[in-house]
Ligand binder design. Structure first.
Ligand code: ADP
Ligand code: MG
Length: 284
């Protein structure tokens, strides 16, 4: 597998307190490589994504951040071929995704959609079992996997197995969506603003669990968000998008210290201002 040098807040992997440490240059294995990819939607008059180049390391947690309409979802969808690029290439573990059967490809990639996207007529257990059933797993293996996944996302199997999505809170729905995305043991996890609609407390709890699961399962995770504070707290590295182009990638420290332009420095200002205001309030 190809390797490349990147500056990551990588040391946090071993950190007990979850606080990102000083970034350092490390040699990492390249898992996803997006090379000069463009996608224009017919008739929309604007380019969804334009000339995007992005490398994601194996085991990395990368946040894709940018305002609404900046091309984040398009980028995510091109990785698993829900959207086909007009030009450029995307490789996963050195294999061109355009040459990979889309169904096969998606089995190796867990996806949590913006609106959870659970099947409303199916129970929690049935929702989680969708991909294992498609893969022809035996019933015993499927049932064991459902319990294992519910425990992983902290939902009690006896309470939640037979519920339907309308009987769940927003946070519980996202936990089930996460369990479903992980059912077939993918190596890659794509999350499209998964916490957007949740209250702050629920949001923080699920976000922390996602980070833990990322770590414990050794996943490579792409999280789309428009919340810089969330990106700062969760991600090893942040990719900033604006109007379909990638403005900058780097660790939180790099983005704060060397913002590529006024847009990035403004993005970094909000969490900094909040932190300062909070520090001031608490010390009163
Ligand atoms: P984000 O996820 O950052 O909000 P998107 O990737 O969804 O951005 O969209 C990028 C741009 O492409 C937007 O201007 C959006 O309106 C446009 N777009 C996205 N999907 C479609 C589509 N299916 N048809 C036409 N235009 C689209
Ligand atoms: Mg989107």
């Amino acid at each position: 597998m190809a390797r490349f040098y990147a500056e990551f807040a990588w040391a946090r992997k071993g950190a007990q307190d979850g606080i990102p440490q000083e970034p350092r240059h490390v040699l990492v294995a390249l898992l996803i490589e997006i090379r000069d990819v463009s996608k224009a939607y017919a008739g929309s008059g604007n380019e969804g994504v334009s000339g995007l180049t992005l490398k994601v390391a194996q085991g990395e947690f990368l946040a894709l951040i940018g305002p609404s309409g900046s091309g984040k979802t398009t980028t995510l969808n091109m990785v698993n071929r829900l959207v086909e690029p007009d030009s450029g290439t995307i490789q996963i573990e050195g294999r061109d995704v355009a040459q990979t059967d889309p169904v096969q490809l998606r089995r190796g990639i867990g996806y949590v959609f913006q609106e959870a996207g659970l099947f409303p007529h199916m129970t929690v257990a049935e929702n989680i079992a969708v991909t294992p059933r498609l893969l022809g797993w035996g019933e015993g293996k499927i049932q064991a996997r459902i319990d294992e996944l519910l425990a992983l996302v902290r939902l009690d199997p006896t309470t939640f197995r037979e519920r339907r999505p309308q009987g769940l809170s927003g946070g519980q729905r996202q936990r089930v969506a996460l369990a479903r995305a992980l059912a077939a043991k993918p190596h890659i996890l794509l999350l499209d603003e998964p916490f957007g609609a949740l209250d702050p407390v629920t949001r923080e709890a699920i976000a922390a669990d996602v980070r833990d699961i990322h770590q414990s399962l050794g996943l490579t995770t792409l999280l789309v968000t428009h919340d810089m504070t969330e990106a700062l707290l969760l991600a090893d590295r942040i990719a900033v998008m604006r109007k379909g182009t990638l403005v900058q990638t780097g660790t939180a420290q790099e983005l704060v210290r060397h913002p590529a332009d006024a847009f990035v420095s403004q993005l970094m200002e909000t969490p900094r201002r909040r932190a300062q205001a909070l520090a001031k309030t608490l010390s009163l």
